[in-house]
Design a protein. Structure first.
Lengths: 208, 411
């Protein structure tokens, strides 16, 4: 009864998505609602404001050009479409070495992660830098990066990520766990390497 | 302790030290640009406008007249097949146009950065059309499923015969002409709840007072000037925002005039060399799509077509003709048939229903990669996907391939 009632109810946001195909004001309304969300997603992933602004505007320009042919019926369809375009655009940016370098330079200024946050993850109380997290995140596959980004930078649920990436929910769950395990391993390895490096000056000196 | 197994990661990423709020000024700037793009985006094109645009694509590529006509006919057929008939709802002005039994009129099509293309057109009910441009005459009778193109300079005639028409198309072919295309556009425009009709009052054209009305169809406003006494349309102006921006003016209308039936004869005059082109309208097959993809990749460095729309169809066919040197030879029936293959292959994709769950993933795909899925769909009644790979092999799969930039094709 409740479900049926919910199905019959017309959601004003869904109506706005339908209207936005032909109505400029409705499209403007969708822009106002979603731009901050997409910008925040791009900003957290790319770390450089200018690059995040470029990608976010590129996303909405593509949407403006394609909205008439957009086959979705509701606001969730629209969200999925936006995040798909944004994720592809972010990945395309990060395939450029100059953008990767800019991201890591920006991350270098972010400083250290609070040990109370990083310690439970890495089973180690010594701190890690944001720079290291971004660098290791970037060494994962495009798909792994996309899943992690959508989950933690975009704040999407597994089901939503599955829709965005056209994968099954189970696949997303497994892939996310594996990607995070991989990221954890890489960060731990870095810690070990850092520790060895900090121990090494004396050895280096002796060798010299 | 926490339901989410990744709670610790969430906590970590929540602390990314960036200011993720967008500035108001920047957001407003982007909004202006985005709404500008929204305003100027191409509107869905009516069939006759689409056909004109295809014609210009072919002109741009300097395709020989006969082959261009072949593609034009092929695309026209696709457009007829892929459209539905809207409900009959006309205002009084349009009724006048609808009731015309014969007509003579001129069309001037101006595509941005191109010189205007002028055509003299004749219409005889029910579906006879004669168009004259640069000495070339094209006569069509879609009820007879036939069209002939005559080039007096080269004394060549191209005869198009439509074959294997599906039952549902036999009546649908009636409106496959320019004149009916305009009527159809007006019907749709007057039926569209988003179309705004504005009275423009009186205006002088060549010393004649006309009354105007503007129909605001998004991306393609149409201005309709009529004689205040007879209420017959005198001048119809439409603008397609593009890109490219295209202006179409239909003018010098004469309705219900005497027109000799011989003007619409489909007989080939004596002395002409004839090329017969059979246009197969039976449902295209998957293998025809593969053939079309092969032809496209052959002439575009192994890259797959950018789309399957009518414009891409014209573009790839024209490119194929050039790269294969067909435009340098005397046109033959076989060459015409070659170019139609692309149209039929594309048509296969365009006719896939929603249930086919068709996807296309061309980005980064290059011809020859046997492991890269490019296009997949579910045939009607099948649980399995047919997957076309970049080497153009086709395999069945229980699940759809995972390719990051795949786009859904199904209607």
């Amino acid at each position: 009864m409740t479900n049926s009632h919910q199905k019959d109810r017309i959601d004003p946001e869904d109506e706005m998505v339908k209207l936005a195909r032909t109505d400029r004001d409705a499209f403007g309304g969708l822009f106002d609602h979603f731009y901050p969300i997409i910008f925040a997603y791009c900003m957290r992933r790319l770390a450089v404001r200018a690059n995040a602004e470029d990608v976010a505007s590129e996303v909405f320009l593509r949407v403006a050009q394609g909205i008439r042919d957009f086959p979705g019926l509701c606001v969730e369809d629209f969200r999925r479409w936006l995040f798909r375009i944004a994720t592809n655009a972010i990945n395309a940016q990060l395939r450029q070495s100059i953008r990767r370098r800019e991201l890591l330079e920006a991350a270098a200024y972010m400083g250290r992660i609070n040990a109370s946050v990083s310690a439970p993850l890495l089973d180690d109380a010594s701190p890690i830098d944001w720079h290291e997290v971004y660098e290791e995140l970037g060494s994962l596959s495009d798909r792994e990066q996309s899943i992690i980004s959508l989950r933690f930078f975009g704040g999407l649920k597994h089901e939503q990520i599955a829709d965005v990436l056209d994968l099954k929910v189970g696949t997303i769950r497994v892939a996310l766990s594996r990607a995070l395990d991989s990221l954890r391993d890489r960060l731990r390895k870095r810690k070990v390497e850092r520790r060895s490096a900090s121990d090494s000056p004396r050895g280096d000196y002796e060798n010299a | 302790m926490h339901d989410d197994p990744h709670y610790d990661w969430e906590k970590l990423f929540n602390q990314v030290p960036v200011d993720a709020t967008s500035s108001v000024e920047q957001r407003e700037n982007v909004k202006l640009r985005v709404l500008g793009a929204f305003k100027s985006r191409p509107a869905p094109r009516s069939r006759h406008i689409t056909l004109q645009a295809i014609g210009h694509t072919l002109m741009k590529y300097k395709v020989p007249h006969g082959i261009a006509a072949t593609l034009f006919v092929a695309c026209a057929i696709w457009l007829i097949q892929s459209s539905s008939t809207p409900a009959f709802a006309l205002d009084r002005l349009i009724e006048k146009l609808m009731q015309a039994k014969t007509a003579r009129y001129d069309t001037i099509v101006t595509v941005e950065d191109h010189s205007p293309l002028k055509r003299k057109c004749f219409y005889l009910e029910p579906v006879h059309i004669r168009e004259e441009a640069d000495g070339v005459v094209t006569i069509s009778d879609w009820s007879a499923h036939k069209s002939i193109s005559l080039d007096p300079k080269t004394m060549r005639a191209t005869v198009f015969s439509l074959r294997n028409l599906p039952d549902e198309l036999k009546n649908g072919m009636r409106d496959g002409n320019w004149f009916e295309g305009v009527r159809q556009t007006l019907r749709v425009a007057t039926k569209d709840p988003n179309a705004k009709v504005t009275s423009l009052g009186e205006k002088q054209f060549d010393g004649r007072t006309l009354v105007g009305a503007r129909i605001e169809v998004p991306g393609m406003p149409m201005t309709f000037w009529s004689d205040p006494v007879t209420q017959l349309p005198v001048r119809i102006e439409s603008t397609m925002a593009g890109p490219p921006k295209t202006e179409i003016v239909m003018t010098n209308f004469e309705f219900n005039i005497e027109l000799d039936k011989s003007l619409f004869s489909l007989e080939t005059p004596n002395g002409y060399t004839v090329a017969d082109v059979n246009v197969d309208l039976s449902p295209p097959s998957e293998s025809e799509l593969v053939t079309a993809l092969r032809m496209c990749t052959e002439v575009s460095n192994g890259e797959f077509p950018s789309g399957f729309d009518a414009f891409s169809m014209g573009k790839y066919a024209a490119t194929y003709i050039h790269k294969k040197g067909l435009d340098k030879k005397e046109a033959t029936t076989e060459q015409f048939q070659e170019t139609i293959k692309i149209a039929r292959g594309f048509q296969f994709v365009l006719m896939l229903p929603k249930e086919a769950d068709a996807h296309y993933a061309r980005a980064g795909a290059k011809y020859g990669d046997a492991e890269r899925a490019v296009l997949w769909y579910k045939p009607t009644g099948s649980d399995k996907y047919r997957v076309i790979f970049a080497d153009l092999s086709v395999r069945e799969a229980n699940e759809m391939p995972t390719v990051a930039d795949a786009i859904r094709l199904s209607k």
